[in-house]
Design a protein around this ligand. Sequence first.
Ligand code: AMP
Length: 192
Amino acid sequence: MLNIILFGPPGSGKGTQAAILKEKYGLEHISTGDLLREERTQKTPLGLEAQRFMEQGLLVPDAVVIGMIGNKLDEKLAQVNGFIFDGFPRTVAQAQALDQLLADKHTAIKGVLALQVSEDELLKRLLQRGLTSGREDDRDAEVIRKRISVYNNSTIPVLDHYGAMGKSLCVNGEGSIEDISSALSHAINSLG
Ligand code: AMP
């Protein structure tokens, strides 16, 4: 299976690029942000709990997110070539849980592609996205800064976790959508 983590800070283009790579490689796209927003729209207990964290730019507790991913893997595993994870894992505990869930299914993460984008560019892109995305967390510069700082403190260590296994690759996340997706495809093809 081709299981890829598309890694990067908020606003680095993970969602846009995952949608392209999903088609190209026939992967199932799993975005925990999208799954959580759907739960919130449906007003499920999980969605209502997650809401409190999301509106402040904080991470939803690991147990909630890991449970959600476990269900999704069980549901889709038999039907797909692999998964592209977007916005997950965001903590080392989530990465360890994902590794275990995949190992139980006799598969593993093949590579982590980390999109590199400067902080000024992220802030600009997110505020711009806030004009049209309907996402409250993209409209408030304070919440955006909080999300970037949570990324720097809690999520960057995930890259080291996979780096230690020789699975992390950095890709320039600035430029045209086509150039970035072509750089990502090269990186995927180099995974062997
Ligand atoms: P995203 O759409 O990936 O930017 O996620 C939006 C918000 O959902 C984040 O700011 C978090 O509050 C929450 N979230 C998404 N994915 C995760 C995750 N893997 N772990 C914890 N919280 C998450």
